[in-house]
Design a protein around this ligand. Structure first.
Ligand SMILES: [Zn+2]
Length: 359
C-alpha cells in the first residue's frame, strides 16, 4: 500500500553508538487519511515495525457488561480505523496486534460467552478492513476453561486471529492451576502467542489508595510478576514447554529482580512444596517474551541482559499515553546492534504472529 502516493520528506537522521546512520523518513499514504507515514529504516533496511501491546474496546460488548465507552481510559480506545492509523503513522508503527483487556472474568457463562463472541467477531472485522496494519488477539472466557478451549480454536482456525490476550489472574485464581491446563495445552498445540496483560492486583486495593495511581503504577507490574512466578514455580512452563508467553510492561518487576527467585528455596527449603523444576527459575525467563515498555535505555539494557534481546518486542500501550516514542526508544538506545534493533522493532514479533516482513 505504501507504493501509492509516494511522497518522501521530513527525513530524520541520527547516529547510534556503532556509528551507523539510522534514517527514519516520512511518506504519505492514501489509506491513512493523507497523513505522513513514518518509515523506520535501520542501517539502510526498512523494518516492518510491530506493536504487540495496544488496546481497544468494542462498545457493543461494553454495553452487554453494562459499561460505557466514555468511562474507559484512552483517547480513541473504541476506534480501530483512521484515527488509530494516523497515530501509528506518526510514530512509525506499521502493524498493531490489538488486544482487549479482559473485564469479563467474573461474568456468568452465557454473558461471558456473548461478550467474547462480540469481541472476537468485531475485532476480526475491524482488522480485516486494514489487513496489512492490524491483527487481533482473541478474548477468552477463561473462567470457563472448557468454553475457552472452544473459543480459542474458533478464533485461530476460523477467524484467523493471531493469539490470545489474557489477564494476570482469572478473578483471583492463578492460571497456573490445573483447571486451566486444557487451555494451555490447546494454545501450545496451535503454536499461538499468549499475551499477558495485568489487571492491577485487586487484592491490594486498600494499600493502593492515595496519590500516584498505585493500583496501576505498581499494581499492574506486580500482577504480572505474580502470574509469571506461579507459571514458573508451579511447573506450568515445564508441563507446556512450547507455550509462547509474552508479557506487557517488560514482564513487570520480575526481570528487574530475577535472581532472588533462584535463591528462595535455598534460604527456606521448608517452603518447597515438592514441585521439581527442570531448570533454575531465572532460566524460564529466557523462554518467554516481553515488551519493551520500560522507558529508559538502562532499563531496556537490563531487561535484555536478563531475558535475552531476542525475546523483546515493541509494546506502546497505545492509545494509553504511557510511551509515545517506543520506536525511538529502541532506535536510539546505545546498547544494541542494528541487527538486535531490527529484531526488537518487528522481526521477532513477525515470526510469533505470522506477519510477513515484506511490504
Ligand atoms: Zn496496556
Amino acid at each position: 500500500m505504501h507504493d501509492q502516493n509516494h511522497v518522501h520528506g521530513g527525513e530524520l537522521q541520527f547516529v547510534d553508538c556503532h556509528g551507523s546512520a539510522l534514517t527514519a523518513t516520512n511518506e504519505s499514504t492514501a489509506q491513512a487519511g493523507g497523513g505522513a507515514r513514518r518509515q523506520v529504516i535501520v542501517a539502510g533496511k526498512r523494518v516492518k515495525t510491530i506493536d504487540v501491546h495496544c488496546h481497544c474496546v468494542i462498545p457493543k460488548a461494553l454495553e452487554v457488561m453494562g459499561k460505557n465507552l466514555a468511562d474507559e481510559r484512552g483517547p480513541g480506545l473504541g476506534e480501530v480505523g483512521a484515527r488509530r492509523l494516523r497515530e501509528m503513522d506518526e510514530q512509525g508503527i506499521d502493524v498493531e496486534a490489538i488486544s482487549i483487556n479482559p473485564s469479563w472474568y467474573k461474568l456468568e457463562r452465557d454473558k461471558a460467552a456473548e461478550v467474547v463472541k462480540i469481541n472476537n467477531e468485531t475485532l476480526t472485522e475491524l482488522c480485516a478492513a486494514h489487513p496489512d496494519r492490524f491483527v487481533g488477539f482473541a478474548s477468552l472466557s477463561l473462567q470457563f476453561p472448557d468454553l475457552a478451549v472452544q473459543q480459542l480454536e474458533h478464533a485461530i482456525k476460523k477467524l484467523g486471529m493471531r493469539g490470545i490476550a489474557i489477564g494476570g489472574s482469572v478473578a483471583g485464581e492463578e492460571f497456573s492451576g490445573a483447571k486451566f491446563h486444557p487451555v494451555w495445552a490447546k494454545a501450545e498445540e496451535l503454536g499461538i502467542l499468549i499475551f499477558i496483560h495485568p489487571q492491577s492486583t485487586p487484592e491490594l486495593n486498600n494499600r493502593f489508595k492515595g496519590n500516584g495511581w498505585l493500583a496501576n503504577t505498581i499494581g499492574n507490574p506486580l500482577d504480572t510478576t505474580i502470574a509469571l512466578s506461579h507459571l514458573i514455580f508451579e511447573g506450568t512452563l515445564d508441563k507446556f514447554p512450547g507455550l509462547k508467553v509474552c508479557s506487557a510492561h517488560g514482564g513487570g518487576f520480575l526481570p528487574s529482580y530475577a535472581p532472588r527467585s533462584d535463591n528462595c528455596l535455598r534460604v527456606a527449603p521448608e517452603m518447597d512444596t515438592g514441585v521439581k523444576l527442570k531448570k533454575r527459575p531465572t532460566e524460564y525467563l529466557r523462554d518467554m517474551y516481553f515488551d519493551t515498555l520500560v522507558f529508559t535505555d538502562e532499563a531496556l539494557r537490563h531487561l535484555a541482559a536478563e531475558v535475552g534481546v531476542e525475546r523483546l518486542v515493541i509494546g506502546t500501550d497505545h492509545p494509553i499515553p504511557w510511551q509515545a516514542e517506543s520506536i525511538d526508544h529502541v532506535l536510539k538506545c546505545p546498547h544494541f546492534t542494528d541487527a538486535q534493533k531490527r529484531m526488537m522493532l518487528g522481526e521477532t514479533a513477525g515470526k510469533l504472529l505470522g506477519i510477513s516482513p515484506d511490504f
